[in-house]
Write a protein that binds this ligand. Structure first.
Ligand code: FAD
Length: 474
């Protein structure tokens, strides 16, 4: 029987859309089946507090999306995507009211660090200059690096823990806290191997490209990808939770924008017992507790640098950030959490009624934890911005179980599709030269549970599509 499709993609997250757009453009007949009533996975924007206040349900800040080698090949701007660059990509306030801002200009940034000025440049400058070559290896599956010498030098700084690199590189507490702010995006305890890599990559990207976000919210990335996809003949079916591959139309192959736990639950995948057993060993990371606010005014940060930054990292001592990130892995709730905050309306008035604002934040919590930690998050913001709580008109919160109900890929509130530690960062979901291929030659995995992992960059889906293309050409 002639199959209706060459590839069916299950899930319309950024990776599903990346795979679908690539293959559709190559002339294959593709379709996406999505369980939700809206596309986009963990990149959606909705009015969850009050009418007119547009909140990002998932991703908010997109250095990886802007820098994505695959997205760069698509004319997304022609489909309505407009990037907004905050004056300062990210800032970190300290207890005494001072703050450091990470400017795009690395020298201006380093100049704030006093005794650590040269140390900051020694850690980052060369990699900022070499980024274009570095990204070829960093955003690809595990392989012999094309730039072996450079990757070796990068590995020396990226493989250790953030704690080790902070102690080795910097003398002053504030410089270490500043580095921790970016490294804690790893969702790993900062004493764990490779936690440094997230701090390095994200700070390099800030200096190289900035930390932009789309005008109108994360949904605009999805809208642009979808418009491009459907214009090329691709089909999207919403409200279609796939539980059994045999219930789908006939297709030559499948790309799953799903994580291992969901793949194991899918019927008729015909995956070998050995492969299934390997997927069963896949580990999920800490969860998050997510908050959005409708605000009467911009967040009244005491420090001007924070008022000009798109993203603000909150954590008032080295010890408290270390404790916060360790707690999320020790089944503890930290009452003084490290908080990641974005304030898009300072730069994009289209996201709220005139004069009003939205803000977005989360902190890490143990996987599956359902405690309401909103008072702790709000208190952390209030410390740097007295009067913040009084400016709140409405708030919405999402616990780990609510996140997973919204999007089944967010297992226990894990937003990265699985733990990104030394054992799983490069070898996800299993150690293999082609981690996108499975034991069934027709089935491929393209979610953030494959390299290079979490974030809105589409590179997992793109690599899965390339792997599927090799099969389709046989
Ligand atoms: C609160 C939050 C904040 C984040 N912040 C950022 C950020 O600021 N910057 C950044 O770059 N990244 C951020 N991320 C991470 C980023 O959003 C994810 O890494 C990215 O969306 C992963 O893309 P994906 O396509 O692999 O999976 P997802 O985006 O999770 O998409 C998977 C899709 O599959 C669908 N699906 C699941 N099961 C089925 C099924 N059985 N049948 C059909 N469809 C199914 C889901 O509904 C979903 O649409 C954040 C994520 C969250 C949740």
């Amino acid at each position: 029987m002639k199959e209706e499709y060459d590839v069916i993609i299950i899930g319309s997250g950024p990776n599903g859309l990346a795979a679908a757009t690539y293959l559709q453009k190559q002339g294959y007949r593709t379709a996406i089946f999505e369980q939700a009533d809206k596309p986009g996975g963990a990149a959606r924007t909705e009015e969850t507090t009050l009418p007119g206040f547009k909140h990002d349900l998932g991703s908010a800040v997109h250095p990886l999306g802007f820098a994505s080698p695959y997205f760069k090949t698509l004319p997304l701007e022609d489909y309505g995507l407009k990037w907004i660059h905050p004056e300062i990509p990210f800032a970190h306030p300290f207890e005494d009211g001072s703050a450091f801002g990470c400017y795009k200009d690395i020298h201006k940034t380093a100049a704030q660090l006093g005794e650590d000025k040269q140390n900051y440049l020694d850690l980052l400058l060369k990699f900022v200059e070499e980024w274009l070559e570095l990204e070829e290896d960093l955003l690809a599956p595990l392989r012999i690096p094309q730039n072996l010498e450079m990757m070796f030098r990068f590995g020396l700084k990226a493989l250790p823990s953030a704690k080790f690199i902070a102690e080795r590189s910097f003398k002053e507490e504030r410089s270490k806290i500043f580095f921790y702010g970016a490294a804690a995006h790893s969702t790993l305890p900062l004493s764990k191997l490779v936690s440094s890599s997230f701090g390095l990559v994200l700070t390099i990207l800030a200096h190289r490209h900035g930390w932009p976000f789309p005008q109108g919210g994360a949904v605009k990335i999805v809208d642009a990808l979808l418009a491009y996809y459907t214009e090329h003949g691709g089909k999207l079916f919403l409200n279609q939770p796939v539980t059994d591959l045999e219930k789908l139309p006939q297709s030559r192959s499948f790309i799953l924008d799903l994580t291992p736990k969901q793949i194991l639950e899918l019927k008729n995948t015909n995956l070998s017992e050995t492969y299934r057993n390997r997927l069963k060993k896949y580990d999920y990371g800490a969860g998050i507790f997510k908050m959005d606010w409708a605000l009467n005014n911009p967040i009244p940060f005491t420090n001007e640098l924070c008022r000009k930054a798109g993203t603000v990292h909150l954590g008032y001592s080295k010890q408290s950030i270390e404790d916060s990130e360790a707690a999320a892995h020790e089944n503890r709730i930290c009452e003084e959490p490290y908080v990641l905050l974005a304030q898009p309306t300072v730069f994009d008035s289209s996201r709220a009624p005139e004069g009003k604002h939205v803000a977005w934040a989360y902190c890490h919590v143990p996987n599956g934890n359902t405690e309401d930690v909103s008072p702790y998050i709000e208190e952390q913001i209030e410390r740097a911005a007295p009067g913040f709580k009084k400016s709140i008109i409405a708030r919405s919160t999402m616990r780990t179980d609510e996140l997973q109900a919204l999007n089944p890929n967010l297992i226990g509130g894990d937003i990265n599709g699985g733990k990104q530690d030394i054992t799983q960062l490069f070898t996800r979901p299993i150690a293999s030269l082609d981690p996108y291929a499975t034991s069934n030659p027709k089935i491929f995995i393209g979610s953030s549970s494959t390299p290079p992992g979490g974030g809105v960059h589409g590179m997992c889906g793109y690599h899965a599509a390339k792997s599927a293309e090799r099969f389709l050409k046989k």
